[in-house]
Design a binder for this molecule. Structure first.
Ligand SMILES: [Zn+2]
Ligand SMILES: [Zn+2]
Length: 352
């Protein structure tokens, strides 16, 4: 029997409709989630703005909700009524990358998506159906949440998991200095995680309000790239040293340039944001050779980072409220997207 579900469907560029969809009952190996909140990340925004012109589509990978039913024969630690967060795509647990913990590199999941075995429907709507009241999903991609966490906040487990993944890779140590360039929503996610990790957290952003927001969220200091030499600014507050790690959370050339100015010898640069357009980074190989810096990147998360992000939020170790701009009901999905794509907004969350 089909389940009636109201869903926000991107029907064409810059046009979202709320439709009533017939969603499938959970099959073997699946869990049915009554989804309550879905945050609009840059991925969803790119479907909306036409960077990824795949229509009609129902996306949404930053999701929270309640377990409504468990498919026949599904073995899972989750129970009906559990609050859960969902983290977008899944992973196969079979390929080399999944075995190594690099779930986001799973080619089998990418192949499933390409063949529309994930969410492909008779009515032509594709996607992972995070912006839908109901979806039957692989429980591998769900984590249990504490009941007291509001759904709007629980939806942000996925972006926090992405920051956990990146900060893990940087192996940030207690007391080390991390500069986060860009104090948008994902910049703040990195601020929160680095703070929890015991780092001295410095943000850099051109916008005074964003710097203020980052400081309120827990950053120890803020740099203004327009206020003179950025490396000198950092030296002045960091005992004359540069950063042990720099996280670039905005995909623009000046941010990459600043990262290379701010990283100390043997330090690490994390390209966390995707760049559109992808302007090449030019760097003298002798600089890398002599300074021993690491330049790396991170996208998405793995099962372990998703689980720990759920604990960080459920146990109140981090508070994601600073990342949230506003929650809007699904009936206002069109307006929610229009707001989300404005450059100055933090996360807009659709409630369902
Ligand atoms: Zn996201
Ligand atoms: Zn895999």
């Amino acid at each position: 029997m089909a389940i009636k579900s109201r869903a926000a469907v991107i029907v064409e560029k810059e046009h979202v409709e709320v439709r009533e969809l017939d969603m499938a009952e959970p099959g073997p190996g699946q869990v049915l989630v009554r989804q309550k909140a879905c945050a609009l990340c840059t991925l969803e925004q790119r479907f909306f703005t036409g960077v990824f012109p795949k229509y009609p589509g129902c996306w949404g990978h930053e999701v929270s909700g309640v377990v409504e039913a468990i498919g026949p024969g599904t073995i899972t630690p989750l129970k009906v009524g559990d609050h859960v967060a969902r983290g977008g795509g899944s992973a196969c647990d079979q390929c080399y990358d999944c075995a190594m913990g690099y779930d986001s590199m799973c080619w089998i999941e990418k192949e499933r998506l390409a063949r529309q075995q994930v969410g492909g429907r008779a009515d032509g709507i594709t996607g992972i159906f995070g912006m839908s009241q109901y979806a039957s999903v692989d429980p591998h991609n769900l984590v249990k949440m504490a009941d007291h966490v509001p759904f709007v906040e629980a939806a942000l487990v996925e972006p926090i998991a992405c920051a956990v993944n990146a900060v893990d890779k940087l192996e940030v140590e207690l007391g080390q200095t991390v500069v986060i360039i860009g104090a948008g929503a994902m910049g703040l996610a990195n601020v929160l995680v680095c703070k929890a990790r015991g780092a001295f957290v410095v943000v850099s952003d051109l916008d005074a309000q964003r710097r203020e927001r980052a400081l309120k969220a827990g950053a120890h200091a803020a740099l203004d790239p327009s206020a003179g030499d950025i490396a000198e600014q950092l030296n002045a507050i960091n005992d004359g040293r540069l950063a042990d790690a720099v996280i670039v959370a905005i995909g623009v050339k000046p941010a990459n340039d600043d990262a290379l100015k701010l990283v100390a010898s043997c330090g690490k640069v994390m390209l966390f944001a995707s760049a559109h357009p992808g302007v090449p980074i030019s760097i003298d190989p002798n600089i890398v050779h002599r300074s021993g810096i690491w330049i790396t990147g991170s996208t998405s998360k793995n099962r372990k980072s998703l689980m720990r992000a759920s604990l960080l939020i459920s146990r109140g170790i981090i508070d994601v409220k600073p990342m949230i701009e506003e929650a809007m009901p699904i009936d206002q999905a069109q307006q929610a997207f229009e707001r989300a794509v404005q450059p100055d907004t933090y996360r807009i969350v659709i409630t369902m």
